[in-house]
Write a protein that binds this ligand. Structure first.
Ligand code: F6P
Length: 336
């Protein structure tokens, strides 16, 4: 293995630079050159690349975002793009490609690996919805941002005796809402995996009020929906799916209390990664390079307990990893 390419695709998240740094540093130790591909699959189609060295990745560990840039470009959209991609792999003499991405980016990697591309995937998403890994990096940072927001909303909710509804990201799953809500001490949490009943939620919030707790915090995953209704239509297509505003209106109409809505949005994707995400991303990067050196391809690195192990890309991209309701049950203990 003489030359490795690396790209970061899909929604960005804190920790991407830690992966890039680890790939370059471990790559150099294994005598491999590393070629950075800009803006995800788009750069490999268009030939937009830059050599990466220990010098060029110096100081990027604490930096959020990705120094390579990203895009949501799908390389399988046209045969022409696919052909350009494969001819660029040949043109740059890449022996292996490390693809850092979420479900969409890694699904494309799986299909391209079935067509012969030598790929190792690295799981990246704040949503934590990838199978084959206990956690994705970016998740812990997003959860800490939600926890901080919930802590802050507590003080203003208590002062004004209001119900504060906070809508958080997570696409079609509720990991961020569950962990962020539990860490922040939310009084109710709504997730897609457990369609909600307005009656049940209002009974809990009302019982708080009757006990003299005249404020409440409700954390809502952007993909949550009431029982018997389909998920919100525009999840992940912009700032809000609208579910936060709907829940606030329903609570206010049902209980006659003042509500306010916070849509956390892309704040959850920005800023410096936590220590946990830096360590996880770094270990993923190191292991991905070593798998390339061993000639193990069509896999994704995954965290299993404390070990980093290869998982078939086919398994990792076989649909979203939904919230383990055993974990959600622990959060429910603290509702009300
Ligand atoms: O997958 C990460 C994520 O932030 C989701 O939580 C959210 O639904 C979506 O991406 C937002 O996408 P964009 O940045 O394209 O608006």
């Amino acid at each position: 293995m003489k030359k490795i390419g690396i790209l970061t695709g899909g929604g960005d998240c804190p920790g991407l630079n830690a992966v890039i740094r680890a790939v370059v540093r471990r790559g150099e130790q294994l005598k491999a050159e590393v070629l950075g591909i800009r803006n995800g699959w788009k750069g490999l189609i268009e030939g937009d690349v830059e050599p990466l060295t220990a010098f060029s990745v110096s100081g990027i560990l604490p930096k959020g975002g990705t120094i390579l840039g990203t895009s949501r470009v799908n390389p399988l959209k046209t045969t022409e793009d696919r052909q350009r991609l494969f001819s660029n792999v040949k043109r740059y003499g890449l022996d292996a490609l490390i693809v850092v991405g979420g479900d969409g980016t890694l699904s494309a990697a799986r299909e391209l690996s079935e067509a012969g591309l030598k790929v190792v995937g690295v799981p990246k998403t704040i949503d934590n919805d990838l199978r084959g890994t206990d956690y994705t990096f970016g998740f812990d940072t997003a959860v800490n941002i939600v926890r901080d927001a919930v802590d802050r909303l507590h003080t203003t909710a208590e002062s004004h005796h209001r119900v504060m509804v906070i809508e958080v990201m997570g696409h079609r799953v509720g990991w961020i809402a569950t962990f962020g809500g539990l860490a922040g001490g939310a009084d109710f949490i709504l997730i897609p995996e457990k369609p909600y009943r307005l009656e049940d939620m209002c009974t809990v919030l009302d019982s708080r009020r009757k006990r003299g707790r005249t404020f409440s915090i409700v954390v809502v995953a952007e993909g949550a929906a009431p029982a018997g209704e389909p998920p919100p239509e525009h999840v992940g297509e912009g700032t809000s799916s609208g579910i936060g505003f709907r829940v606030a209106r329903e609570i206010s109409e049902r209980l006659g209390v003042e509500t306010r809505v916070t849509v956390l949005g892309h704040v959850q994707r920005g800023g410096s990664p936590t220590a946990f995400d830096r360590v996880l991303a770094t270990r993923f990067g190191v292991r991905a390079v070593e798998l390339c050196a061993e000639g193990t391809f069509s896999v994704m690195v995954g965290l299993q307990g404390t070990r980093i192990a290869p998982v078939p890309l086919s398994e990792a991209t076989a649909g979203p990893k939904t919230v383990d309701l055993e974990v959600f049950r622990d959060a429910e203990i603290f509702f009300g």
